[in-house]
Structures are given as C-alpha cells and as structure tokens.
Design a protein around this ligand. Structure first.
Ligand code: URA
Length: 487
C-alpha cells in the first residue's frame, strides 16, 4: 500500500521484500520525474490508505533491462534500509545514463554490487548450513530447521529447498520469516525466536555420518573452510563437533585416501569384484540377510551391507518399500540425492514423475513394492552438489543379492524394470530398452519382467513436445502394467 502527500512522496511497502510494490511505485514516480530526494520509502504493512500513485503521463514509458530488474530483486533482499532509495536513484539516473549499471567506479553501482554479492553469499550459506531435525513420526513426520540469515532471503531461497527436499514435510524457521513445505504447497508465516526450533534428535547422527562421508581431507584448506563456515553457523550444525578432529586428522586422512585411490580397473574387474568382494568386508556381527524371512529383517540386514564399496560415500542404504504381498514390483536404478537423505526410494524429481504417471494409470503406488537395482547412492562430488553416477556391472551384480531376496519373499506376478540398469540386474545381461520397451520377458524361473524406460529419462528431455510424447509413451507402458496385473 502506498500513500503520497503533496510535496514529497511517502511510499509504504507491504514488507521488507515487497519488490513488486517498490517496482510499481518506482516506475510511476520515475515517469513523473520525482527526484530521489523527494521520496521517503517506509515498510509498513499496516499502511492501509488507498494507493495513490501519481498518474503515469500518457504516452510516456520507461524501460530498463531485464538483467537490471533481476539484479535489483536480489539487492532488494539486503538488510540495509537505504536499499529502496539506492535502487530508485539508480533507476532514475538510468533514464539519462542507460549504461549506469556497467560503470563499476560509480559509488551507487559499487554499493549496489556489494549488496547483490552479500545477498548471494547469504543465500549460499543458507543452502549449505540449514540442518533439519525430525519431529514426529509416521503421518506426523516433519523436519524443522532453524537459521539466522543476515538478509531477507527466505522467500527467495525457499524454492531451492522445495526442489532439494520435495518429498519431505519441512519448515525453516528464522527470526523474520518462516517457510513451510507440506509436499504440495509452499507457505510463509511470521518469524519466530530460536526456542521454537527443536534442538536435538536422531537426524543429528545421520547428518554427522553424512558430513564424515563427504568430508574430503585432500581438499582441506583450513582458512578457506573457516571463512566459508563462520563460527556463527556452528551452533546449529550437528556435525560441528566433528570438525576439529577431522581437521586435525586431515593430513593422515589425505595420505590414507591417496593410498586407497583405485588404479584404473582391469577389464575383468567387475567379475573379480563380484566374486571376491562379498562377506570379507561385512562388519563383524552383522547379518547378510541369507536367512531373512521377511522384508523387514532383510531391510535391517541391508543396513550394514558391504558387498560393494558404494556404502562408503552414501548416507545410508535405501531399501525397497511397499507391502510384502504386492503383486507388482517396480525396480529403478539406484537412489538419487534426495532418496539418499530421505532413506526412501523414488521420492526425488524422478519419483514425482513416477508417482504422477502411476496415478494417471490408476495404479496405487501404496499397493506396489518399489525398489532399486542398487541400494546405495553413487555420485561424484562437484562443489556442494552430488552428481549421480551410473553404477557399474560389479556394483549391479553385488546388489543383486538383495534384489533376488526381495523378489523371493514377495513373489510378485510382474516385475517392472525401470530403465537399463534394472533390466540388466533382473535379466543378467544388458538389453536395448528403447527397442524392447513395452514387452514382457519371462525369466527361466518363471518371473515375468516388463521393460520400460526410467522416469528420469523424461526429465532429461528439453524439448517440451518431445517430453510430453515420451511421458505419454511411459503412461501407455504403465497402463499396460495395470492391465497385466489386473486380477
Ligand atoms: N532413480 C532411481 O532409479 N531410483 C530412485 O529411488 C530414485 C531415482
């Protein structure tokens, strides 16, 4: 809401992040040639007076580049109360100096760039240091994090967390605004104080394991690390107590890591690994699941699986889920980044496509069993991100141990291989999925295997018409699955 008096203009913004309110007012004021010093910008949500923007003189228009608008939107999240005036001053000056944002020596531009950078850094820190704690179980399961941003970045950063943790119900609490995701909708409520955030729980241990696993001593630069992870954030990080020990042991750990670096595998590597890797690396006292008589005991045994090296870098084993009496089993490739954190298969972006298409094909996912050919996330670290890496033949072979046992316990009428890795695991050889998709192959043991693509294939298609066509083909495959499993 904005009100104006006669001599100077007072613009009331609805919130600290009311960029739209600022933009509308700024456009109208600039077209009326209102000088920056004539305007007072205030944040006042209670300012209910009718909006009285001076009318835009007819025929006048004023364009700024999209790039400037986007940059201004970032700088707008800065905590400096002067930012509204600074941005308007730049806008006003740009009528005569359209190249202004490129003049790095200009004091307004310098201040603008500094704000933009500070906001970018704060957003990056929030992405790196938000740590969720689990509260509630089952239906009430929800993850809550506490974070203290320096700037007003919560709304701008929330979509990142939606993408990263789509399959979880979560809230990020901050002193000025809280963001909530219920797996369908993103909402915001006013800020709270720190005591509203839970302090400790089982997820802490998981984060510690995760951090120990991604900590790469060979890349350690202590100064840079302390700069990146200022002490301010430490108290909210469950893994912080590990840092001094990991840093102290880093040289030795780096040497050990180098000593353990694999030499390029020989051509027969996969066969040798599959033959020799088993039991010798399983921790003492753990169960290999050979005698498991239920999916629950099998899942428990798989938690300490050491059948291939992938357990080292993954957060946890992501086992199959669904009823033991399911008539259809879906087999994917391996858990992705989100599945690795959530501990459940197909909850990330590919899982969303999978769920949507199953629903359209009238298949109730809750009545099916969903699993993967490989039960640990294999990835390449790239900066903060973990990039999916395809499992090799040895890893697929090693993990067949679990898949075979899942299938023996469930005895489904049909198994659906989602993509080439699943097909390779189920049929024991590589098969051309694009040529054979939609077909059912009967194994020697009588198990029927339906072949189709992996849903992530749809996600990777850029052209929207092609994407839609591929999704339709996948839907037809799922409808065929429904028909094949109809009682
Ligand atoms: N892709 C898979 O193959 N499995 C998952 O669980 C998630 C993504």
């Amino acid at each position: 809401m904005r009100t104006f008096d006669l001599s100077t203009y007072t613009v009331c913004l609805a919130s600290q992040t009311d960029f739209e309110g600022w933009r509308d007012a700024a456009r109208s004021l600039a077209l009326n040639d209102a000088a920056p010093q004539e305007i007072a910008w205030v944040v006042d949500a209670a300012c209910q007076a009718a909006s009285q923007l001076p009318p835009v003189p007819s025929g006048s228009q004023f364009k700024v580049s999209r790039d400037f608008v986007e940059r201004a939107e970032t700088a707008f999240c800065h905590n400096d109360p002067e930012r509204f005036a600074l941005l308007y001053r730049m806008l006003w000056r740009m009528r005569a100096e359209p190249e202004l944002p490129r003049i790095a020596s200009d004091p307004d531009v310098r201040r603008f760039e500094a704000m933009e950078k500070a906001v970018g850094r704060d957003m990056h820190k929030m992405r790196a240091f938000v740590r969720f704690r689990q509260i509630g179980e089952g239906e009430d399961e929800c993850y809550v994090a506490w974070f203290e941003p320096d700037h007003f970045i919560v709304e701008r950063n929330a979509p990142f967390f939606v993408r990263r943790f789509t399959g979880m119900r979560w809230s990020i609490l901050t002193p000025y605004l809280c963001a909530h995701w219920d797996k369908a909708e993103l909402t915001f409520t006013p800020g709270v104080d720190r005591t509203s955030a839970p302090a400790d729980d089982a997820t802490e241990a998981l984060w510690r394991t995760y951090y120990e696993n991604i900590f790469n001593p060979a890349r350690l630069k202590t100064k840079a690390m302390q700069k990146e992870m200022p002490k301010k954030y430490w108290r909210n990080l469950p893994e912080a107590p590990l840092i001094p020990d990991l840093v102290a042991g880093a040289d030795a750990a780096a040497r050990e890591m180098i000593a353990k670096m694999p030499t390029p595998p020989a051509p027969h590597h996969a066969r040798v690994q599959a033959k020799h890797w088993p039991t010798s690396h399983v921790p003492a006292g753990s169960d290999d699941g050979a005698n498991a008589d239920s999916i629950a005991t099998l899942r428990k045994a798989a938690e300490s699986c050491r059948r291939c090296p992938l357990w080292r870098d993954a957060t946890q084993t992501v086992f199959g889920e669904g009823p033991e009496e399911a008539s259809v089993v879906f087999v994917g490739e391996q858990p992705g980044d989100q599945e690795d954190i959530a501990g459940r298969p197909f909850v990330g972006p590919a899982g969303k496509v999978f769920d949507a298409v199953l629903a359209e094909a009238d298949i109730d996912r809750g009545k099916t069993y969903v699993t993967n050919a490989v039960k640990h996330f294999k990835f390449e670290p790239r900066g903060q991100r973990r990039i999916h890496s395809k499992p090799n033949a040895g890893e697929i072979q090693a993990c067949r141990w679990w898949l075979d046992k899942e299938l023996k316990l469930i005895r489904p009428g049909l198994v659906v291989a989602l993509g080439a890795t699943a097909a390779q695991s189920l049929l024991g050889k590589t098969v051309p999925i694009t040529r054979l998709r939609g077909q059912t192959i009967e194994r020697e043991d009588g198990l029927r295997v339906f072949l189709t693509i992996h849903p992530s294939f749809i996600l990777r298609i850029r052209d929207s018409a092609e994407k839609q066509a591929e999704r339709n083909r996948f839907l037809r495959d799922m409808q065929a699955v429904k028909a094949l499993t109809a009682p």
